[in-house]
Design a binder for this molecule. Structure first.
Ligand SMILES: Nc1ncnc2c1ncn2[C@@H]1O[C@H](COP(=O)(O)OP(=O)(O)OP(=O)(O)O)[C@@H](O)[C@H]1O
Length: 391
């Protein structure tokens, strides 16, 4: 659907974006994420034909933006950060104007405008002047002009910026619905927006794409270890020893202190665990009826009854070697020892963590400096940089 190949934009003395390359398939909803000044708007303006790249090529559904701009632009709906509205026009008159501008055949215009008004919840406001609309409704108008000609690809630049929480929810819902039959590229600063709407995320920093993938995959790829947080009912030291004894466990770190009373029982139980069972003594858990509380084999371990209400709970963070998934092994070991697991959660890097890791200056160094040759080349190219796509 969209091919961005080796695209750079040099402004007079600095890079807007540098050799970015990515493609989007039909039906994808891609979040475009980056800190201020990273190059999101520059990229979106080039994709939509409002700005010429200094180098590289952009193709929309097989049509080159450089060579066949009219056809390429027909495939795109663009919502810039500030929607291009005429405040003195009514909702209907403005959409009529956009329909003419987009070359929608006259006999189809009424039907299409009606469909879009309904889709964006603008019914009853057809004759209202745009100036009098709330910010959320103005944003709906921005989306309406972007989808009126039924484009395949929607490019939305920070579509929820400046909206109140209720309006954000409404606009997100609209984008979610539009994503069902459009390909969408959406820039945002708001990380939860990516999780809420997107099946892929592109992270841009200092003009370069630094990450591309599914939000969950990113968390797995970026995480240096596989970690599980656990809450287990039972004696602290015994649980720690049980976990540490598992193959592939690199470390076990207690997360919170247990009540002091647990200490004695834990110490006693640890001692029991490290003792060999008496010859002929039953294996822990063997021969017990399902559902019964465990009866530890003998000796000091009697001081603890697993699953009893008086048992302490232990919270730990378990890290695995080689990012191995150790959840099943933990489950079976705790079951074997008859310490109930009250909670187990795989800890992964949040999108916030990934974003910070990828966009701090230390992560990348400054790549905005431009050589004098590049500046000369940029000045030449920039002579024709701003494009009026409607001309
Ligand atoms: N017309 C311009 N002339 C010179 N430099 C520009 C121009 N437009 C953008 N830049 C520079 O290009 C870089 C990328 O800007 P861009 O607006 O694309 O970033 P952004 O990711 O959209 O930022 P924000 O999230 O703040 O909107 C910035 O360093 C910016 O200062």
């Amino acid at each position: 659907m969209l091919e961005v190949k080796q695209v750079s934009k040099l402004y007079e003395n600095q890079r807007g974006v540098h050799s970015i390359e990515f493609s989007m398939s039909r039906g994808e909803v891609v979040g475009f994420l980056g800190p201020n000044g990273a190059g999101k708007t520059t990229t979106m303006r080039m994709i939509t034909g409002y700005l010429n790249p200094t180098h590289g090529s952009i193709t929309i559904d097989g049509f080159s933006m450089a060579e066949n701009a009219k056809k390429a632009r027909q495939k795109i709906g663009y919502l810039p950060e500030t929607p291009p509205l005429y405040p003195e026009m009514s909702v209907e008159a403005y959409l009529q104007f956009i329909a003419d501008l987009r070359g929608i055949p006259v006999k189809e215009q009424k039907r299409r405008i009606g469909e879009v008004i309904e889709r964006l919840g603008l019914q009853g406001r057809e004759r209202q002047v745009i100036r009098g609309l709330s910010k959320g409704y103005k944003q709906r108008m921005g989306l309406a002009q972007a989808i009126l000609h039924n484009p395949d690809l929607l490019v939305l630049d920070e579509p929820t910026s400046g909206l109140d929480p209720k309006q954000i929810i409404e606009i997100r819902q609209l984008i979610r619905e539009l994503g069902e039959n459009h390909t969408v590229l959406l820039s945002t600063h708001i990380l939860p927006e990516i999780n809420a709407l997107c099946n892929r995320v592109l992270i841009i920093n200092q003009g370069r794409i630094v990450m591309d993938g599914h939000p969950d995959q990113l968390a797995n790829t970026m995480g240096e270890t596989f970690e599980v947080s656990l809450e287990v009912k039972g004696p602290r030291e015994a649980i720690l020893a049980g976990l540490r004894g598992l193959p592939q466990v690199a470390s076990v770190t207690p997360l919170a202190d247990e009540p002091a009373a647990a200490g004695a029982a834990a110490a006693a139980h640890t001692a029991a665990l490290t003792q060999q069972p008496e010859p002929g003594a039953p294996e822990p858990g063997v021969g017990e009826q399902h559902g019964q509380a465990a009866e530890p084999a003998a000796g000091p371990a009697d001081t603890f009854t697993a699953g009893g209400d008086s048992s302490p709970t232990v919270k730990v963070l378990v890290s695995a070697q080689d990012r191995a998934d150790i959840r099943e092994a933990i489950f079976y070991r705790m079951a074997e020892l008859r310490y109930p697991i009250l909670a187990m959660k795989k800890e992964s890097m949040s999108l916030e963590d990934i974003f910070l890791k990828l966009t701090t200056d230390e992560a990348l160094g400054d790549v905005r400096d431009v050589s004098s040759e590049e500046v000369a080349s940029a000045s030449e190219q920039n002579a024709s940089k701003e494009v009026n796509p409607d001309a």
